[in-house]
Design a protein around this ligand. Sequence first.
Ligand code: UGA
Length: 425
Amino acid sequence: MRISIIGSGYVGLSGGVGLVSKGHDVTLVDIDEEKVEKINSGEPPIYEEGMEKMLNEALENNKLKATTDTEKAIKDTEVTFIAVGTPSDADGKIDLTAVKAASRDVGKSLKENDSYHVISVKSTVVPETVEDEIIPILEKYSNKKAGSDFSVCMTPEFLREGVALDDFLNPDRIVIGELDERSGNKLEEVYKDFDAPIVRTSIKAAEIIKYASNSLLATKITFANEIGNICKKLDVDVYDVMDAVGLDHRINRDFLNAGCGYGGSCFPKDVKALINKSKELGHEPELLKNVDGSNERQKTKIVELAEEKIGKLDGKHVGILGLSFKPGTDDIRESPAINVIQELLQKNCTVHAHDPKAMENMKELFPEVNYYEDPHDVLQNSEVCKILTDWDNYNNLNKNHLSHTKVFEGKRVLDEDVNREGLCW
Ligand code: UGA
């Protein structure tokens, strides 16, 4: 099938390359010309495992192209996914600027389009957005009625950054929220070669399935952190506890790794957006509010722990290993490292830092921090060191260097025989 995707971030690009590997022809659309050029020259604008190879194969076989021309992309295709970003505004409410702009462009392009077309929203949007905001824009600018000349679906994406291609190709489930049966059937055709159950439901249900999934995962992590904080007081290893708890098939072991809190571009924003939507609907979401607040506190708990163990950190040289919100990415959005660095700078500490991929991004935020290519230099220069991202290579740090300074772990990465103090272990 001929498919277009508006937005070539990690969802759009992974989806595009993934759909090509299932035999489809894909046009990626983006307003960023530089991004479009990069994609067309085989250079992925983001780091994703396996992406470069698959992108180049798709380009060589003429199965994928990128463009800034929405109108032509719509004309040349039968299904269009909207996969632009939905960040949160200062109050934690969802910011729909990009989704609305994309919907306007798509609507205008539908106006002159003669054939039946399905628009499917992949961007994470709070329940009621597609029906109350997106469809009216599409109808206004196309001068057509949704459900007749064109139709609309909502197909949320469950990709994790860093392993997005693998997640796209091997999903646990595919959710199709449909306005009508005809559009749902069309979407089912797109996914016919995927080995996963397909859930067909309403648009509103599809919207909340995404938020429910992310909020439950965020809650699992926060629960593990809470038990971890209790275990620390009891001198019990929370990882042993969760290994046993996770053996219950009703619970399962995934996302029960305690540490310095979740970050990234999804969990923090999605939990906040659902809290806001719930309040708007007249329900006070106590559990979600606690998850959000508890995660914020967990991010800097490692500073408290260090002070409890070795005294005030004010004015000291402090090392940070790991700046990205998780390993395998250079993304620092909502990373616990940001909160920790902020607090250390307030205490007039001299901060020394290393990350295999995220130093350039963190430099823009904190130019006053000293960055090193070799993590051993961070250990060498610091009286105290905190590990905040579970990059595998920190497990191979030289033991002599590690013994030089007091090491606190916010994410569990070091071997047990190393002299380190865990946040919850
Ligand atoms: C998350 C979801 O896992 C995806 O299913 C979803 O599609 C995506 O959000 C999205 O909404 O777009 P992502 O943010 O890329 O994906 O990262 P995760 O691998 O889920 O990790 C999120 C955070 O949780 C990281 O900071 C990680 O360190 C933390 N985490 C994860 C823990 O602290 N403990 C765990 O046991 C697992």
